[in-house]
Design a protein around this ligand. Structure first.
Ligand code: PDD
Length: 290
């Protein structure tokens, strides 16, 4: 429940409800930091190494020195679950910024990163998993280093808000008609038994679930083609789906109010959902789709 956030280094963010924030904090003032969201099932991390590796990659990419090695961070994150006696489905949110220092665009000297993590319950959204979701399309106006999981999420926030105002779950982003990903998930199209998705370039976040989806596809003998699809391709798509740590694998049934596959979740999407549940050790549960 996030009752005992863990403070991973020098910081004043000792409690979520502590209002004594240092205003001159680089995450707050510049978005100068990175984050991760790690899924938890039954109190166990899912795709743990993948998330920790990406956290370190993001830190490297913005030249942020983390005050611990990977193995130390892993131990701290396991302790966080123990301290909170976490046994449920949930997430850990973890963030690192370039620290607290007088406001100046250049990096502060001799200032340690502020790092914290907290745990929260998050039940699986069985209704979305079973019934699928709708998306709108939006131009991708983000910067050119989307592979970094940076705190600068304003374009993502605005796109997702617009999706919500259109009774949709997500915004499917495109650059001149080439689909990159969604505002907080990766996007896929299925055509003639093959999965298409934007290559893992700097234009998208390299999703941990995306990596798992590629693995599932390989195991199932379904071609996984890293080739961007276009908005025009959507009209003749057999299936579409998205993936993320909080959403898992979700059927996309409408794009800009037009149905995909007559608005029915596709067969390959269902196979990937099953593979996900097996991989996450949750396939024994009674879910809406079984
Ligand atoms: N979002 N693309 C974007 C832009 C994302 O923000 C995310 C994750 C993903 C999927 O990544 P992963 O499979 O590693 O969760 C793709 C997280 C969940 C968030 O910001 O809440």
């Amino acid at each position: 429940m996030g009752v005992y956030p863990i403070v991973l280094s020098q910081t004043k963010f000792t409690h979520q409800d502590n209002l004594d924030y240092p205003f001159e904090e680089r995450g707050l003032q510049f978005g100068d930091g990175i984050y991760e969201v790690i899924r938890i099932y039954d109190g166990n991390y899912y795709l743990f190494t993948e998330h920790v590796d990406r956290f370190f990659r993001s830190a490297d990419a913005i030249r942020l020195e983390l005050p611990f090695e990977k193995e130390q961070l892993k131990t701290l994150l396991h302790d966080l679950l123990k301290q909170n006696n976490m046994k449920n489905d949930g997430i850990v949110y973890m963030q690192a910024t370039r620290g607290s220092a007088p406001r100046d665009h250049v990096f502060p000297v001799g200032v340690e990163a502020n790092v914290y993590a907290y745990v929260k319950d998050l039940p699986r959204n069985l209704s979305n998993l079973e019934n699928g979701i709708s998306v709108i399309t939006k131009e991708d106006i983000r910067w050119k280093k989307c592979y970094i999981k940076s705190l600068n999420l304003l374009p993502n926030v605005l796109a997702k808000q617009e999706a919500k105002e259109n009774n949709c779950y997500e915004a499917l982003l495109h650059e001149d008609g080439l689909v990159t990903e969604c505002s907080s998930s990766n996007a896929y199209l299925v055509k003639d038994g093959k999965i298409y998705t934007h290559p893992a370039t700097s234009r998208i976040l390299h999703g941990c679930v995306r990596m798992a989806v590629e693995r599932f596809a390989n195991e199932l003998g379904i071609p996984f083609i890293e080739e961007a699809f276009t908005l025009a391709d959507i009209q003749s798509a057999d299936e579409m789906f998205l993936s993320s740590s909080t959403s898992e694998v979700l059927p996309i049934l409408n794009v800009d109010r037009k149905p995909v596959n007559n608005g029915i979740p596709g067969e390959i999407t269902r196979k990937l959902q099953d593979a996900y549940q097996k991989d996450a050790n949750i396939s024994n549960r009674k879910t809406a789709q079984q």
